[in-house]
Design a protein around this ligand. Structure first.
Ligand SMILES: Cc1cc2nc3c(=O)[nH]c(=O)nc-3n(C[C@H](O)[C@H](O)[C@H](O)COP(=O)(O)OP(=O)(O)OC[C@H]3O[C@@H](n4cnc5c(N)ncnc54)[C@H](O)[C@@H]3O)c2cc1C
Length: 348
């Protein structure tokens, strides 16, 4: 039986564990947060439930839809209302883009990773932040040391799934004797992947907003607001007669206002939401919440031709995530993880 370690229990990590579920390998995930799902995240507050990272899983391909259905149709939500667009002038209009399924769950989008992991025997160690990684030159195994100084492993194969800048930091804290230059080259390739920052503001109202769309997206990428969605379009998320807006701010605004206090940021963003939607009542939410996503979405992907990626795999060190797939999408992260799991199994 081989021991496999996975850093990160987002969709890539969960996907890798899922791919390994029918093997006799022993799989352990270490996750710095209290729960699983990573950027496909859900929070509960004041009787509402909201997906404040990824909004939904798009039916990017048939296998994604098939897998989602396989994991159980109970509580599955397919948002029916459309996504409309706006541009630099802030004029909202119907989109001519083809609508796809927009999947989440009544219990929130974290269900995706939870259901994947529930189908496995993998052990998930939450609130464990990996601080460094080391390879034993004699056995070729990998050990992960967390920020409390505790060791996890040894692992015959290790998969790193945090966003590229966090994976680069782990690689900077990796000890690998006689790596022949692979580690430096790998770190360089990972460091080259750029991520953008998004600050998400969540605004709640004790009245229902009456518009024909679920969400609006900035197609010119010049507005302060990048995306604004109505969480009440998801069954089970918001009580009837209330409204909850999830507003994702553009990267420029997000960086400039990343550390602004919540009440200040919420007041500013609520004003922008009111202007955009054309409803003055939105300037005054009855409560607000937020999340800063320092590493929200990859702007670029890992160079697949980087020789160090293959050399690292040969030494048992693998990478997965949306940034490895080259697109900031939940289903891309998932399949990147599944493929890494299959590759790991094939290497044993
Ligand atoms: C605001 C926002 C909106 C989005 N909207 C959509 C959308 O509508 N549709 C869509 O398809 N995609 C969307 N995405 C993108 C989608 O969320 C991601 O592509 C996907 O969730 C990435 O999964 P992952 O497993 O690659 O990474 P992550 O989800 O980031 O998982 C990595 C995990 O590693 C953990 N970790 C990091 N460092 C360590 C460490 N040192 N030790 C232990 N654990 C660690 C993290 O806590 C995390 O759980 C959105 C993302 C954001 C931020």
């Amino acid at each position: 039986m081989a021991h496999i370690g996975i850093v990160g229990a987002g969709l890539a990590g969960a996907g890798a564990a899922y791919a390994l579920r029918d093997t006799d390998h022993d799989v352990t995930l270490v996750e710095k947060s209290r729960g699983v799902g990573g950027r496909a995240a859900t929070r509960r507050k004041h009787g509402c439930r909201y997906d404040h990272g990824a909004n939904y899983v798009k039916d990017g391909d048939d296998r994604t839809v098939e897998l989602i259905r396989e994991l159980g149709a109970d509580g599955l939500v397919d948002v029916e209302e459309p996504v409309w667009t706006f541009g630099r002038d802030g004029e909202i209009e119907p989109s001519d883009r083809q609508e796809s399924h927009k999947f989440t769950w009544e219990a929130g989008i974290t269900q995706f990773a939870k259901r994947l992991l529930a189908a496995t025997d993998a052990e998930v160690r939450t609130t464990v932040r990996a601080a460094s990684v080391a390879r034993d030159a004699d056995t070729g195994t990998w050990t992960v040391t967390d920020t409390d100084g505790d060791d996890h492993g040894p692992f015959d194969r290790l998969l790193l799934t945090p966003p590229a800048p966090q994976t680069a930091a782990l690689l900077a804290a990796t000890a690998w004797d006689g790596d022949g230059g692979t580690l430096g080259a790998l770190r360089e390739a990972v460091e080259a992947v750029e991520f953008r920052t998004i600050r998400t503001l969540v605004l709640h109202y004790d009245f229902a907003v009456d518009v024909p769309w679920y969400a609006v997206v900035d197609v010119d990428k010049e507005h302060d607001v990048g995306w604004l969605a109505r969480e009440e379009c998801k069954d089970g998320h918001v009580p009837d007669g209330e409204s909850l807006l999830v507003v994702q701010m553009g990267p420029e605004w997000s960086l400039a206002h990343y550390d602004d206090p919540l009440d200040e940021a919420a007041a500013t963003v609520a004003g922008k939401a009111a202007d955009l939607v054309g409803d003055d009542r939105l300037a005054d939410p009855d409560w607000a919440d937020d999340q800063g996503w320092r590493y929200a979405l990859p702007d670029t992907g890992l160079d697949p031709s980087a020789g160090a990626v293959e050399a690292a795999r040969e030494a048992g060190l693998h990478l997965a995530g949306d940034w490895v797939a080259g697109e900031g999408r939940a289903h891309r992260a998932l399949w990147s993880g599944v493929e890494a799991g299959e590759r790991i199994d094939g290497s044993l």
